[in-house]
Write a protein that binds this ligand. Structure first.
Ligand code: NDP
Length: 532
């Protein structure tokens, strides 16, 4: 890594797994240099000038049927960032109809797969070309540090489109002779599911949109996407790119609006064939119910977590502390896989906590758009109040507050919360059981491996886990025993479009990313031919 490509902030947690490792992954996807080349330009995105932002339905930019708009707030200042059309049930109906028409006409699914691949690859290029604009929008709308947006989330979105561009030409099936040789020939076809509704959260708005749209399009589906009300902007900019890339009208529709209205209509719509949802477990259950009570549409769910990050006494301790910090405080803790339960073996418990508290004290909070910021605000006032509420609960439950616990002084305009560490947490406390989705970690001591496995698996969730140890046998043993969709060993938050993502238990249904997402977005058809 040459010095001019270094992020301009030295993170206290930089030794590890950290954001620097993620940036180096991004370099591997080829998007890093382009992103860095324009990193110096921090002018407010031209995109914000055209307001109010409209809905994208049937290839056209339209106002909401009811004419309503809502405000998207800059969480660093509490000020209005943009006004956005508030799509409701009628707009979802229009978008589903447009998606259905495009699907039935075959305007996308019947294109030669290589042509679809070319367009998806082009979308990846276009995201990269407009990386600065996307990064600014993400940072202003969500609050995330611009370095993270520019050097990881935007390249990840581009890489996801490119990865699935590759799959468009490789959706093959299997052949078998059945019953007896020469009697019947069976072959399987992977066909698109049809009209796909996609509902995404506010924590990684652009990346979530890419994780949803790219595999759906690679498989030939048509899409209606509802971004989160807190962060609708980057999905609308992405729709502009899809239009510029000549993806046919109606194939991708973006309807910004509220979950209870637009989201609920999409989930229960009789003409939607599949819903892909990322968000809370609570709403995930509503989605499953809406499917069951409407047309039994296919459902994939990527839900909450309360992931254990486990430090054994034989770990490389500076590395583990750094991973503990990054595991829970990255993106202000608003990560479904955040290592929010920090299990530390008794022998190194005090030392690990001391080091973690020192790292927390060095962390620089500020508006995400400032390149010197290491931790930005939470996404909304509601989320800040929710997190502060949990901090109070932790205190009342008897957990020992060793760092943070408040809003930082002099930053009252934004929705900031100090990185917070609770020690001596009991597994039965609410702060150890419920997803807080903010910068709060619960440190829990353990004695040995058996004690640890029982405690770590004592949760309704099963999204991710981290294990820090120098003992390779222990690493594998513990990885096998943990009930989690992803287990990180001596690293945390490593993500790539190639590898599966999803959870055990109430963390969801199905696996996104990698070839596994193809199962979510295709129906498998078995054709049996009498050849005797
Ligand atoms: P939600 O699960 O409510 O939001 C996720 C998405 O679902 C948003 O687009 C939302 O719309 C939509 N939605 C909300 N209600 C419905 C509904 N009835 N039918 C269909 N769609 C709906 O998360 P919140 O934003 O309310 O956050 C609350 C908590 O959820 C967080 O504190 C965190 O614990 C958890 N969460 C977990 C995430 C994860 O990735 N695991 C991501 C986000 C939140 P709208 O934007 O209008 O609410």
């Amino acid at each position: 890594m040459t010095s001019d490509l270094e992020p301009r902030v030295v993170h206290p947690h930089r030794q590890v797994t950290s954001i620097n490792t993620l940036h180096s992954l991004a370099r591997g996807w080829g998007a890093y240099d382009a992103a860095m080349a324009i990193a110096e330009d921090l002018e407010v995105a031209a995109f914000l000038k055209g307001q109010p932002k409209k809905l994208f339905i049937g290839g056209r930019w339209v106002e909401a049927a009811g004419g309503k708009t809502f405000d998207s707030i800059n969480p660093a200042t509490g000020e209005v960032l943009a006004r956005v059309a508030e799509g409701g049930a009628e707009d979802i109906d229009r978008a589903v109809a447009a998606a259905r028409t495009s699907f039935d006409r075959g305007s996308w699914r019947d294109l030669p797969p290589a042509e679809r691949a070319r367009m998806l690859w082009q979308v990846g290029d276009m995201i990269e070309e407009r990386a600065n604009e996307f990064a600014q929008l993400e940072s202003l709308d969500n609050g995330m540090p611009i370095n993270d947006a520019l050097l990881f989330f935007v390249p990840m979105a581009a890489a996801t489109f490119r990865y699935y561009a590759g799959w468009a030409t490789k959706l093959d099936g299997a052949t078998q002779q059945i019953s007896a040789p020469g009697k019947y020939l069976s072959y399987t076809l992977r066909q698109p599911v049809g009209v796909v509704g996609q509902i995404i959260p506010w924590n990684f708005p652009l990346m979530m949109a890419a994780w949803k749209i790219a595999p759906a399009l690679a498989c030939g589906n048509s899409v209606v996407l509802k971004p989160a009300e807190e962060t609708p902007l980057s999905a609308l900019l992405l729709a502009e790119l899809l239009q510029d890339a000549d993806v046919p009208s109606g194939v991708v529709n973006v309807v910004s609006g509220y979950g209870e209205t637009a989201g609920a209509r999409l989930a229960s719509h009789p003409d939607v064939d599949k819903i892909a949802f990322t968000g809370s477990t609570e709403v995930g259950k509503l989605i499953a119910k809406a499917s069951a009570e409407s047309n039994l549409k296919r459902v994939s769910l990527e839900l909450g977590g309360k992931s254990p990050n486990i430090v054994f006494a034989d770990a490389d301790l500076p590395l583990a502390v750094s991973g503990a910090f990054f595991g829970v405080f990255w993106n202000q803790g608003q990560v479904c896989s955040a290592g929010s339960r920090l299990f530390v073996q008794e022998k190194v418990y005090d030392q690990t906590l001391d080091e973690l508290v020192k790292t927390v004290a060095e962390t620089r909070l500020g508006p995400g758009i400032d390149p010197m910021t290491q931790m930005g605000p939470l996404v909304s006032k509601a989320q800040m109040d929710r997190v502060l509420g949990y901090i109070q609960v932790g205190g009342k439950e008897g957990a020992r507050l060793v760092a943070g616990g408040k809003r930082p002084e002099g930053m009252d305009g934004g929705f900031f919360v100090q990185p917070t560490v609770f020690a001596d947490v009991d597994g039965n406390m609410r702060i150890a059981k419920e997803e807080i989705f903010g910068p709060v970690v619960s440190a829990i001591p353990f004695s040995d491996e058996e004690d640890l496995i029982a405690k770590a698996n004592n949760t309704i969730y099963g999204l991710a886990a981290g294990v820090w140890t120098r003992d390779v046998k222990r690493a594998h043993r513990v990885a096998h025993a943990l009930n989690a969709g992803t287990v990180y060993v001596n690293c945390y938050h490593i993500a790539d479009p190639v590898t599966p993502w999803g959870g055990f238990k109430q963390s969801g249904w199905g696996r996104e990313l990698g070839p596994y997402a193809l199962d979510l977005y295709t129906e498998l058809k078995n054709v049996i031919v009498d050849i005797a």
